[in-house]
Design a protein around this ligand. Structure first.
Ligand SMILES: NC(=O)c1ccc[n+]([C@@H]2O[C@H](COP(=O)([O-])OP(=O)(O)OC[C@H]3O[C@@H](n4cnc5c(N)ncnc54)[C@H](OP(=O)(O)O)[C@@H]3O)[C@@H](O)[C@H]2O)c1
Ligand SMILES: [Zn+2]
Ligand SMILES: [Zn+2]
Length: 348
């Protein structure tokens, strides 16, 4: 085993402390990565706050860094060498043989993909620990070359927030002539706006925060609907072919389904868990309810290429990693425009 430094929650704590962390020795197809920048996803906050078992947790599943060591089987053929800039998202392994893996949808692996933290390593059964740490050891198939035109700090959130919105936008054929609305202008939401705009869609934002309207327009949104304003919501009835819902808490889907056009789709990405809805909200207008999560390897690579071509990265507030607890608190208060990224160099 090798030792690095991490930000870890232990026991009942909901704050993270600077703690040594063991990483595995490299397997033949592994890379060791010096983690430079890690985004702070709302899922990290859910994970820290909902800990029940008291087991140690190191969050972080969207990071960029540099390859520091390669396993014996990793060579130029697989494309990675020491010194390469790489990015890692929220999946670090999958079975590789099921129908989903064969289709390049490792995120839906029938044997469940190995999550970047809180997952079960497929070889030794250990619990994976995430990117709020100075080093990560990852199977090379689940690392992605980071395009050199992308700023490595602002690109880190593409690896969870970015690909999570990229897959449904693609699956729903978002492009010119498609009317898209993004509900919840946070980490996922602001990247959904940027990507939908770059895909050529007419894009709007649905937000409970009227003070985000200027930002929404700066991001390329044509219109902003304030979800707490009944008149705004009524006026937007049946207006969107696709609504991407990134709201981070359980909520009634009815008001958002009513904004979906005939035969359109509400893609519910934000809050994972049971939902209740009136089937008449689907029936009237033959509407569809869908979801998505993370991305397969081909889609993740395609998303990075697209973002490089279109100059898309997250709008970030970069903080030294020692301020991680402040970042999580502020994220919980909706006080972020639009993604915190931790600079892990202070762990050296
Ligand atoms: N499906 C997946 O694979 C996947 C991947 C990553 C994250 N997630 C989940 O997606 C959600 C969003 O993540 P994120 O990192 O984008 O979070 P975020 O940056 O906190 O953004 C969430 C947005 O939801 C809205 N919101 C938050 N609290 C709300 C409340 N009490 N009532 C109404 N609206 C509220 C806010 O938008 P406005 O101020 O504009 O209303 C906020 O900006 C989280 O639940 C996260 O766990 C899912
Ligand atoms: Zn995430
Ligand atoms: Zn599989």
């Amino acid at each position: 085993m090798r030792t690095t430094v991490s930000w870890q929650a232990e026991g009942p704590a909901t704050t993270l402390r600077r703690t040594p962390l063991k990483r595995r020795d490299l397997r033949p197809d592994d890379l060791a990565i010096r983690v430079d920048y890690c985004g702070v996803c709302h899922t990290d906050l859910h994970a820290v706050r909902s800990r029940e078992d008291g087991r140690p947790l190191v969050p972080g599943h969207e990071f960029t860094g540099v390859v520091t060591e390669t396993g014996s089987e990793v060579s130029g053929v697989t494309g990675f060498a020491v010194g390469d800039a790489v990015a890692v998202g929220n999946i670090v392994d999958s079975c590789g043989t099921c129908a989903m893996c064969r289709a390049g949808q490792e995120n839906f692996c029938h044997a469940f993909p190995t999550l970047t933290y809180g997952g079960v390593d497929r070889h030794d059964g250990s619990t994976t620990q995430g990117g709020y740490s100075r080093e990560y050891v990852v199977r090379s198939r689940f690392a992605y070359p980071l395009p050199s035109v992308l700023d490595p700090a602002a690109a880190a959130p593409l690896l969870c927030a970015g690909v999570t919105v990229w897959e449904p936008l693609h699956a729903l054929a978002v492009g010119p002539g498609v009317r898209v609305a993004v509900a919840g202008l946070g980490g996922l939401g602001h990247l959904a706006v940027k990507i939908a705009v770059a895909l050529g869609a007419e894009t709007s934002v649905i937000s409970r925060s009227p003070d985000k309207a200027d930002d929404a327009r700066r991001l390329g949104a044509h219109d902003v609907i304030v979800s707490t304003d009944p008149e705004d919501m009524a006026a937007a009835r049946d207006r969107f072919d696709v609504v991407i819902d990134t709201i981070a808490i359980p909520h009634d889907l009815g008001p958002y389904l009513r904004l979906v056009a005939l035969d359109g789709t509400l893609s519910h990405l934000g809050h994972l868990g049971p939902v209740t809805l009136e089937t008449t909200d689907l029936l009237i207008g033959r509407k569809r309810l869908s979801s998505a999560g993370s991305g397969g390897r081909p889609a993740t690579a395609a998303m990075l290429t697209f973002c490089a071509e279109h100059g898309i990265t997250a709008d970030i507030e970069l903080l030294p990693s020692a301020r991680v607890n402040e970042a999580l608190d502020r994220l919980g208060r909706n006080d972020v425009r639009y993604r915190f990224v931790l600079d892990l160099s202070d762990l050296d």
